[in-house]
Design a protein around this ligand. Structure first.
Ligand code: NDP
Length: 452
């Protein structure tokens, strides 16, 4: 790392020494920026300013559970960067949520949103609320309480939250209802991921998973390969994992694994459409555990595992393509080696930062195609951007129209990351390509606006 850049990184650590996930995300970006700063030394000011969030909001979220007892959670919204558009990024409800995780996600979002080519800044928010095991009424009361504070900080031209882990269509609906009541106006563009009946976009639920597979397809095509007949390991079984699985099937691939925080299933015969529909019902309606898949279908292995870096045997599965779609740091160095030994050709991140820096190094050293989340999972936020456009136009595009736009955005992101990596002397390095391409647009806008 160049000396001036290193000083910025040291300042980040000194300011918030207890935010390891944020440090990891910053380090990964800063490591890529050396060649850009050599070419444009004035951009050092941008680097200095963009590692600090524009605004961080933290608040109390009190709500009553079904027994009538008071519960108090902590709510956040990190408004990271609005140089190229309103803050945009999801809300995460998970017990692990803290400022380090939200700042890492908000920081990544700045580059990801820039890469989509749409006018969106970066932000992220959420709460340490655990929706697991909570009744629908409890989730509703929590969402309403959360929005009773958040509403004054967001707006269609200010900050537009969406879903993330633990926040799907149901939660967005409850939060939108509360926003509409408090603001006393129907501003569809204030949240994305809405239901179709009140301003949502077709394909938004599918977008991150579909976009991921479009991106991975482009990666594979640079080596003359495709998804046709490819064995695919998917982790997670939530929104991103489900629709990644669906698109892999569309392209002729064979998904063989899925997981949740309890463990993973390995289905040698492949997760076909019928089985995927069963998983979607299990996860989205029954809110069950992936273990039940192995109890229901014949010839399926279930192994208990944790996606945190350890030794998750899921990654020892022999596959051509791996799509980690659960959570951050779920593939470490040892697990990356297991994938390499299993013959993997391409790894594309569906989750945000699921591969540790050491894991990424293993992929690069072994010539494995590696797509970083800020490029490969940008389809979700891109389609959120398309939802915002439809809301502004007061129009709805068809499924085919949105899917076509999503596909062409993913092709462009891939091309941009690929060409930028080549231009800066790191051919095939999508991490560097995505970081630099995302940075350049934000840097130019920041300088033009006087680095405020
Ligand atoms: P969901 O809540 O729908 O699903 C998350 C899945 O990952 C579940 O299978 C869950 O298992 C597992 N998981 C999550 N956190 C943990 C954890 N700490 N430990 C173990 N397992 C975990 O979330 P999404 O599919 O929406 O998000 C998945 C990833 O994709 C996240 O990194 C998110 O930031 C990223 N992403 C999502 C986008 C979107 O549009 N939704 C857009 C871009 C990125 P369990 O049910 O057992 O908790």
């Amino acid at each position: 790392m160049d000396n001036a850049i290193k000083t910025v990184y040291e300042t980040v650590i000194a300011r918030d020494p207890n935010q390891p996930e944020f440090h990891q995300a910053v380090e990964e970006v800063l490591e890529s920026l050396g060649p850009v700063i050599s070419e444009n030394p004035e951009y050092m000011e941008v680097v200095q300013s963009m590692v600090e969030a524009e605004r961080v909001i933290q608040f109390r979220v009190p709500w009553y559970d079904d027994e009538g007892s008071l519960q108090v959670n902590r709510g956040y919204r990190v408004q990271f960067n609005s140089a190229i558009g309103p803050y945009k990024g999801g809300l995460r409800f998970h017990p692990s949520v803290n400022l380090s995780i939200l700042k890492f996600l908000g920081f990544e979002q700045v580059f990801k949103n820039s890469l989509t080519g749409l006018p969106m800044g970066g932000g992220k928010g959420g709460s340490d609320f655990n929706p697991k095991g909570r009744s629908d009424s409890e989730v509703k009361r929590f969402c309403q309480s959360y929005m009773s504070e958040l509403w004054r900080h967001i707006g269609a031209d200010l900050d537009v939250p969406a879903g993330d882990i633990g926040v799907g269509g149901r939660e967005i609906g409850y939060m939108f209802g509360m926003f509409r009541k408090l603001a006393n106006e129907f501003t569809a563009g204030v949240l994305t991921g809405k239901g179709l009946s009140y301003g949502g976009s077709l394909i938004r639920p599918e977008a991150t998973g579909y976009g991921l597979v479009y991106f991975a397809r482009e990666m594979l095509s640079t080596k003359g390969k495709s998804f046709e007949g490819a064995r695919v390991a998917i982790s997670g079984s939530g929104n991103v994992a489900q629709f990644a699985c669906e698109k892999v099937l569309d392209l002729g691939g064979k998904p063989v694994t899925m997981s949740d925080s309890g463990g993973y299933i390995y289905d040698e015969s492949g997760i076909d459409r019928e089985k995927l529909a069963w998983i979607m019902d299990l996860k989205n309606n029954k809110r069950g555990r992936i273990k039940e898949y192995a109890d229901h279908f014949d010839g399926v292995d279930y192994t208990q595992s944790k996606p945190e870096p350890n030794h998750n045997e899921l990654w020892a599965t022999e596959v051509d393509v791996a799509l980690p779609c659960a959570t951050q740091n779920e593939v470490n160095e040892a697990e990356a080696r297991m994938l390499v030994e299993g013959g993997v050709i391409a790894v594309a991140e569906g989750a945000n930062m699921p591969c540790t820096p050491e894991a990424i190094e293993v992929f690069h050293e072994n010539g494995i195609l590696f797509g970083p989340g800020k490029a490969s999972n940008a389809g979700g936020v891109a389609t959120s951007g398309l939802e915002m456009s439809q809301n502004s136009l007061r129009m709805s595009w068809t499924r085919e129209e949105v899917d076509q736009k999503l596909e062409s955005i993913m092709i462009n992101i891939h091309k941009n990351a690929f060409d930028t990596a080549e231009k800066y002397g790191m051919p095939g390095n999508y991490v560097a390509g995505a970081n630099i391409a995302g940075f350049l647009k934000v840097a130019e806008a920041t300088m033009a606006q006087g680095v405020l």
